[in-house]
Every structure is written in C-alpha cells, then in structure tokens.
Design a protein around this ligand. Sequence first.
Ligand SMILES: [Zn+2]
Ligand SMILES: [Zn+2]
Ligand SMILES: [Zn+2]
Length: 493
Amino acid sequence: MEEFNIYRILLGDSPTHHSYQRVEDFCSAAELLDKKRLPGIVIIDGLKGKRASEGLRVLSEIVELRRSSGFCYAPIYLSQTMPRIDMLADGVTSDIEDRLTDACAILEKGIRIKSDDLTDNHNLRVLTYMYVRGEGFVLSPVCAPFSPWVYSYPEAALLLDSLDLSSKILNPEDYNGLERLRSFKFDKEMVMALKIVCFLEENGYLKKGSLSDRIRKCPKCKTGHLNYVDLCPSCGSIDFEKKNMIHCFVCGHVAPDDDFKKNMSFVCPKCGSVLRHLGSDYDHPLESHQCNDCGTKFIEPDVKADCLFCKTRTSPEDLVVINVYGYELTEKGTAAARTGKMQMEIQLFDGQNNLILAYFCKIVEWLREYRDRYPDEVFSLLGIRFANLYETQNIFGEEFYEKLMDELISRIRAMVRTTDLTTSSAPDTFWVLLPRTPLNKSTIIAQRIEALNDLIQTKTENKIRIKAQCFDIPATEREVSVENYLSDFSEAL
Ligand SMILES: [Zn+2]
Ligand SMILES: [Zn+2]
Ligand SMILES: [Zn+2]
C-alpha cells in the first residue's frame, strides 16, 4: 500500500488528536491548499466545536477543501464530534491511526484521478467522491426539517463549489464571506445538489438505493412545509363545527340537535312535529358538520394543503410526491469517475421505429440479402453524431442546453421519414436506415442536417458540432457483419 501524507489543520489551542503517525500541521485549509497539490489524509483539530462559531469555523474549512479540485474527494476527519458537522466528514477520531486503512483506500482509488478533470465539473466531482469511497458507498439524504428543501445531499452540495461554476449557480452576493455559512443551511447549494443527483440518475450515472422517506411538496414553490386544513366543501371556510344532527322523518329537515330541543323533548323547528322515537320519528343523518359561514351541513370536510411559504392552497392529490432515496454509483458512473470523462445521452429518436442496435443490424442484414437478389432495392445508412455534448452542457448551463437540444432534435426528426428505422450505437451516435434511397439522395439529407451547425454556431461558439454522413454497405465482402460496418462508419463520423 502507498504511503500517504497526513495533514492536520490545527484551528485552536485545544488539540485532542494524538497519534504516533507523522502529521504535518497547517493553520488553515487555505494554507494546506496553498502548499500541497496532492491530496492526503486531513484531520481537523484544535476546536471543541461546542460553540456555534467553532462549528462554523470547521465547516468553512471543510467547504474550502471540498471546493478545491485537489482535495474535493480527500478523506477528511474531525478530532471531536460536532453536531451537524460530523456528517460532512469521513469520521471522528482522536487518533488517525484508527482510520488509516479506510483513508488510504480512498486515496489509493484516487491516485489516477486528474484534478484538472474535476475543475468546474461538479457532476464528475460527485461521482469521484462516491467512487473513491468504495463499492457500496451510498450518498445519503439528510433531513433538515426547517429548510425549504427538507431532504437533500449535503455531501454533494459541498462539492459543487468550484469557483467558475458557483458564479453561475449562485448569485455572487450569496457566496461572499461567511454570510451563507452562518445559516448552516446552504439552501441554494442544497437545492442544486438535488438537481445534480436527479440529473446523474436520469443519465444513468447513479442508481437509487433504498427508499428512506416520502414527502410531499408544494407544486408552486417546491417547499415542503404544508399545513393540512379541513374546509367546508361548499364555501371553503375553515370555520365549521362538528355537530350532532337530527333528521326529521315528517318533513325531512336536517339540523343540529340544539335546534330541536324544546324543554325536555325534540320538536322539529320547521314542521313543529314532536319527535319521540329514534328510528321511527327521526334519526341521526350522516351529515355531522355544519359550516358557521354558509350554514351548509356535510358529512366530511374537504382537506387541502396550504403551503406555509407561498400560501398556495392545493388538493392533496395535486401535491408533488417525492420519494427520498440514497444513491449508489452505476457501472457507467464508476467508469466516468475512473476515466474522468462523462458522456451525455440524448434521445434523438423515439417511438416504434427506434430499435435496439442488434435488431436494427438484423434488418440491415436482411436488406442486404434482399438487395443481392433484387439489385434495384438499394438502401443507405445515415449516421449522425453530436460532438462535445457534455462539455457544452457544462459551459452553457442546463436550461440553455435543453432548449438548444430540443430545437435540434425536433429539426432532425422532421427531416427523417416516419417510416425510417432508427437506432443508436453510442450515447451521442445515431443511425437512420433509409430504404429505397441511393447514397446520392441520402447525402442530401446529411447535408441538410449538417447545415444545422450554422444555426447553432453563433449560439455555442462551435462547441456543439453535428456530424452527419451517409454510408453504403458494399454488395461485396459478405463476411463483414453489419455491426462491423457500423463501428467502422462510426469512426468516420
Ligand atoms: Zn361554508
Ligand atoms: Zn320536520
Ligand atoms: Zn408553496
């Protein structure tokens, strides 16, 4: 096993960490980052963390380390337990020796990771952070009952703080100085962390672990502080009472029993009948509530959820239901962390004619045989590849990217006949089978698709490139499979 350095950030004069291991002392994370480029094991020591200001100090050191591209995934320990801060570190220990195996395993896995890849790439940081913590690591949701987000992933929230990105994600005034630390909440980062986790899952980098809770959020402002109110179903007033009702069999009048009481007997206030026997003169109807505003009598009140933040009133069935999960890395996520590369997937084609690759190849194979017999039955293949998708999304932000992709996708779809078969051989590579279309005709479509680059180049400074080219499967060389042709053609794209 490799030898790794142990760095202690000594913040105060009451250190509790004692170890026979050689430890290098620094007075702050900033000093450590300034002097050391390669990550090591970090122990934060010297403060008892009993006072809120001490907890904040430790938090800001962790933030500083996690936002750096070198130490964002490093193992960080505290020498003393501190409420709310513990969960952001890898553990609490007064002797780092106890944790050396775990800590070294983390750094060992991180050895080949290039910190340059992690600059300005919060998605990859989250994957890397999880990856180095070993198989079975779960990114766990944490509940903060008074926060607007209720559940989020603080570990991921810490990782997104790289300089360039945070200026896009956060308003500058929110991340100056200690202002945002003071709240202990990181609201914006926590909301962003939710989005990151969601994005990584949608794109196959993370998978859901166990379900830990289910909450409901306001559909308007997406906060989770709801007040369930019961209301008069007729006028919506909250001012109603539960009453013992009487139903007069003579005239059918329904009213609270108070209205019927006269001296020692029940007299219907409407028809004047004296009601003696329950069951033959009167009964208790199902309606047992009466509205003090509109007088309506009803069986069950309506239930609505009032948002305590934005005051929107919502029917419970219209609330946004959120299942809260822990998350684990998928194989794709592991590969991305290991190689430092993420690939975006897009859904260029969908519907019945979008086939899995193997099936698509079978049909092309069949067409090839068909053409052997009927040489007039020509066909060609159109390949489309999007370059730099992931980088583009990082540079231009999610919203812009989605809009642009939506536009491109709908334009390309419009150029493809609804009867054409499509498939995808890589997250950014798509194929269209054009039956009865000779190469010279299909090339026109390819040119039209490539012309879309003109449309997007001013918007994206040529960062996204669409490559479209048509291919012909030769009538000779029968032994080469369609799969092989497609992978050769992919190289050319
Ligand atoms: Zn009412
Ligand atoms: Zn009556
Ligand atoms: Zn709301």
